[in-house]
Design a protein around this ligand. Structure first.
Ligand code: FE2
Length: 450
């Protein structure tokens, strides 16, 4: 019988075992608050959200609020969102300021966080312990990669470059910094932040939850730890466009239809109403040219390369350059990364789905979940950024890509199932779900190392 009263952390993670307490225990959530969120790097926003001097985003997690701002010099800085006088929060949401102004008593700071104004400053004359140098906004560390802005509240944290090294190596060639928001959706999900995020850390569920892929995607994959992070890579024993090995169907002689369908399925299932999601509509449509412009009898590799050529040509017409990846770089990049702790990237060709999960206040069985699409778009193709917020995702199913709804429909019943007294632990697949077991291993290092 599973004993939920055993001290946390004593049920060790293995590649084939994760204790379900991690995702249901209030003690774990409390520990995460003190030992994880305040000590780890986490993605606060994208650079494109704050392109101009004075643009800011307020990032909230576990009751901490962080201002991320574009300063006068063009660099990005982050500060704890709190007036150094009486603790009033200085900002909320996103916007533009030329200085930070506390609406409580009018104290002010520059975009660089330097104290500019104390109302009735002379009242403090003679207070020897009051130094301007001590009254700047409390700075938070910032790291930039791939167009993402990361923050870390721990002044003694691991250097960003070290923390991100495997990501920079394997995903640097993808040039995520050249992508721009197609859409930005944030929603409340009634599941622990890890339960929600883990739904996007493996492709083991594709056959059951997303069977629409099986006729043209062989989803057999391997997963790997990468520093604190993890990834999985499709093995491609069967070429793109061929049915999954588990369908029992042979690889067809002619792959033109299969490859055209891979892109069509991305557009239909992972796209918004226009089809924008994991790839651009431009690419999904351009790939259809293989049906009408290629002769029969080409090798799978030739059809694939022709499809990629059509997509790149369509991009070039819009002034968009794809990065060129070698086969080795493409295999190293894989298809899916989780960047510890709370971000997942799922990408293909010229687009990427970005997932980010955070606890919803003190409710550890509910989370704030971001789903973003970023695409390789020319400046004139980039739509104005609209941040949608769904207090209950179930009320907005028509606005969420169908594939993501398939995942969402699962999560809340997983969270309920994790409470079952009949569950002895999670038997993570040691080949295809290493991202999840490794994620918990790293989490335990944060929670129980000291
Ligand atoms: Fe899924």
């Amino acid at each position: 019988m599973n004993d939920l009263s055993i001290p946390r952390g004593e049920r060790a993670v293995r590649p084939d075992f994760v204790p379900q307490e991690d995702n249901i225990s209030p003690e774990v959530a409390r520990l995460e608050k003190t030992a994880l969120w305040t000590r780890t790097w986490q993605m606060a926003c994208r650079e494109e959200e704050i392109p101009q001097v004075g643009n800011f985003v307020t990032y909230e997690v576990i009751g901490q609020s962080i201002i991320v701002v574009r300063t006068e010099g063009g660099t990005i800085k982050a500060f704890h969102n709190v007036c150094q006088h009486r603790g009033q929060q200085l900002t909320a949401g996103c916007g533009t300021v030329n200085k930070f102004h506390c609406r409580f008593h009018g104290w002010q700071w520059s975009l660089d966080g330097e104290l500019l104004r104390i109302q009735d400053r002379e009242d403090y004359d003679g207070c020897e312990q009051m130094q301007d140098s001590d009254l700047g906004l409390s700075e938070v560390r910032v790291g930039l990669w791939g167009g993402f802005v990361y923050i870390n509240m721990d002044p003694d944290c691991e250097p960003f470059e070290q923390y991100m090294a495997p990501v920079m190596r394997a995903l640097g060639p993808m040039k995520f910094e050249d992508m721009r928001f197609a859409w930005y959706k944030t929603m409340v999900i009634k599941a622990n932040w890890k339960t929600a995020l883990e739904s996007f850390m493996e492709s083991y569920h594709v056959a059951s939850i997303h069977p629409q892929y099986l006729p043209m995607v062989d989803e057999r994959n391997k997963s790997f730890a990468e520093g604190l992070h993890g990834k999985h890579v499709y093995i491609l024993e069967r070429p793109m466009g061929a049915p999954s090995f588990r369908t029992g169907k042979p690889v067809p002689e002619d792959l033109r239809e299969g490859i055209a369908n891979v892109l069509a399925v991305f557009k239909e299932w992972v796209g918004d109403a226009e089809g924008k999601g994991q790839v651009t509509v431009r690419s999904a449509d351009a790939a259809q040219r293989v049906l009408t412009e290629l002769p029969a009898g080409l090798s799978p590799m030739d059809v694939t390369m022709a499809a990629i050529g059509f997509m790149m040509e369509a991009a070039a017409k819009e002034g968009v350059q794809w990065p060129i990846l070698s086969m080795e770089q493409a295999m190293d990049a894989g298809v899916d990364w989780n960047i510890f702790p709370n971000m997942v990237l799922v990408f293909a060709f010229d687009g990427c789905l970005v997932f980010r999960a955070r606890p919803n206040g003190d409710d550890h069985e509910s989370c704030i979940f971001d789903m973003w699409s970023i695409l390789r778009m020319a400046p004139h193709e980039v739509p104005p950024l609209e941040r949608e917020f769904y207090a209950d995702w179930k009320d907005h199913v028509d606005k969420i890509p169908k594939l993501l709804v398939q995942d969402l429909r699962n999560m809340e019943s997983i969270q309920r199932g994790l409470h079952s007294l009949g569950l002895k632990g999670l038997r993570t697949n040691p080949v295809q779900e290493v991202q999840i077991s490794h994620f918990h291993e790293v989490l335990h290092q944060y929670l129980y190392a000291n």
